[in-house]
Design a protein around this ligand. Sequence first.
Ligand code: PLP
Length: 401
Amino acid sequence: MDYTYAPGRNHLFVPGPVNIPEQVLRAMNRNNEDYRSPAVPALTKTLLEDVKKIFKTTSGTPFLFPTTGTGAWESALTNTLSPGDRIVSFIIGQFSLLWVDQQKRLGFNVDVVESEWGRGADLDALASKLAADTAHTIKAVCIVHNETATGVTNNLATVRKILDEYQHPALFLVDGVSSICALDFRMDEWGVDVALTGSQKALSLPTGLGIVCASPKAIEASQTAKSLRVFFDWKDYLKFYKLGTYWPYTPSIQLLYGLKAALDLIFEEGLDNVIARHTRLGTATRLAIEAWGLKNCTQKEEWFSDTVTAVLVPPYIDSSEIVRRGWKRYNLSLGLGLNKVAGKVFRIGHLGHLNDLQLLGCLAGVEMVLKDVGYPVKLGSGVAAASAYLQNNIPMIPSRI
Ligand code: PLP
């Protein structure tokens, strides 16, 4: 039995990995080549300039690691910090929890600030910690911009404001795995020292690139940071940047061509239009959920995520059954609830290469699954609410005006 086969297209609505554009698939469908020829360095040079735009930085230095988001985390931490360094980090869901776990295993002294899952990072607690830290023992503040497990977006401008208010020199490290290229993100303006993302999220590539961007302050910190690092050492990359060959080891060549195609598509649409599209898709999804009489796992509007929505189900329903049925009956892939919210939420990912009509297809599918599992939903109610909003808000396709 071929479990992957089903007629038509799979409706991929997990919050990463996401749909890959045909142009990107075609760009990656090429042979291996000699990465020491002039071609790969020329491509890399362009890519390093281009990725700065998605971070909204002019002063940052990007690195394209053949890794995933988890490797990008490790690169950010080990290049800027030394074992035993005190850092502040927040747990608000499964991915921030995993990052804290990595921080502890790498030997940092982590001040963990926990919030109920469905709430944003407790920034009042951050302010208290920074206020009390007149000796500047806190070396970094680590925060996940968008917690993919609960659909919560943290306010990074406020984090910067708090750091400035106390004139605290801690490094500001940001996981932008499910935000960068989809949500408003401004590395330079918000004084972010290291930002990172993974290729399989809003960039709409296969998994395999961890993109890390370091501010001048982070690069300076890397010169004295004592954490053990080899594969992820920025120093090796910087040496090869200077030489103009760019790579300390074999790059993932096909992914680099894919990245070029993915960035070209994003710039053709316009990064701000891409962000506006995500705002629209997020809003439409939330309107559908409201029409179904269900609740968003995210407790307050200020934290609503425009890349992923975690939907709470009534206690008599196991949300995993919704995900299972969606896939088995409707060829619809939804995200499972993870860890503390397993069985309680299912997630609709609305990020990356995706448009409004695709989303409506997903919402129609969710309605049918909800009915299947015994939830009294009126078929069409969520689709009607979402499409009424979308019909008023979808702009002309930028390239077709
Ligand atoms: N950070 C966030 C916010 C994520 O959503 C994920 C994965 O979904 C990760 C980090 C880990 O990334 P990866 O699975 O690519 O290692």
